[in-house]
Design a protein around this ligand. Sequence first.
Ligand code: IMP
Length: 433
Amino acid sequence: MPLDMVIGAQWGDEGKGRMVDLFAEKASIVARFSGGDNAGHTVTVGSQIFKLHLVPSGLARAHTIGVLGNGVVINPNTLLKEIKILEDGGVSVPPERLRISPAAHLITPAHRALDAAQEKMRGKDSIGTTLRGIGPAYMDKTARHGIRAAEMLDEEAFTDRVKAHVEAANRMLTGVYHAEALDSQLVAAEYLEYARQLKPFIGDTVGLIAEALQAGETVLAEGAQGTLLDLDHGTYPFVTSSNPTAPGALTGLGVGPVWVNQVIGVAKAFQTRVGEGGFPTELEGEMAVRLRGTGENPWDEYGTTTGRPRRVGWLDLVLLRYAMRVNGFTHLALTKMDILSGLDSIKLCVGYQREGVSYQDLPLGVYQMELYQPVYEELPGWVEDIQSARVWQDLPVACQNYVRRIEEVVGVRVGWISVGPEREQMVRLVDLE
Ligand code: IMP
């Protein structure tokens, strides 16, 4: 049963790239199943550093085929740019190495304009989207008038569709949002050019994945965003418009659950969030700066896609256990553990309280979570630098206790702990097939 998944267990930016990198080694296909170019990951191959948003980061490995599944929304401009970035960096991306589902939807400049206009209209209730047009593209999908990748195969009909789509969006932009209209002719001509270039990449991704699985090959579903940003299971309405969870991987690729092998939940050793929405364990002041970093280092907590400083806080185990339930993780990977070194003590949110009543799990999932107060346990910190740790015994006892407490409350084993920015700075606790 060789479908592995790497899933964000928090609000995204958990450092999933690390685990994708590890699991991509044995995978023949690495597939994105949700979201679009709102994601962001930095991939290092040899001396090359690639900043990617849309293509599966596993594509940077020469032996893998990248798939953009039916659940993904594709900005063709971003996609072509990323193919060029990879090729300029010596990674060849011919059509047989990157397959686009005919059922994936396209993002257009009209979606981006609508995203901006809707955010502006929300005013103080804005979501803090990445302004990549994600929400409006999924709105068109569910309204059943979105433009799908397969439509690029018929140039004439595609041009008419794009034109009509922009004109329809213009009526919304000008009539409802008092924003500027786009030139539909210009957008249609731009998209015709994209269609000509992307046509060869469109293929039967469901069949490709099914055949690989039947042949015993490993397929890796590469998650973007995180569980708490899931449209159904996240902190609605402050979520993205897709399902970045394990169940979403099945729908977003067209694969049955029988093939699932490992579901790796990736969580930071503390909590971060970009954009608006509840964050019960959020910190401010000195400790926030300490966890976030100042922005000087590439691993400091600033958004890869938008550059926004991330909100930071203590690890919330109630939310992590919730993510465990939604996804059915087989293991957790904890990232950025080294950032906690040197703290006198570390807090863990192990429950909530409301009007004198204690809760181990929030009664309605994450609904109205802001009405509850986090209950903390305070654990001793450690002073040792753990960046050179590679096995469990290398970790200070206080760090081991921190990990054990997380496992206990969440109810799942931790399989990996990252202890530094480099690929090899990882404590491996399991060796999986
Ligand atoms: P959208 O996906 O651009 O519509 O943004 C919706 C929410 O999801 C906002 O709070 C974004 O900051 C957040 N978001 C979207 N993609 C990511 C990501 O890759 N990492 C972290 N947050 C994200």
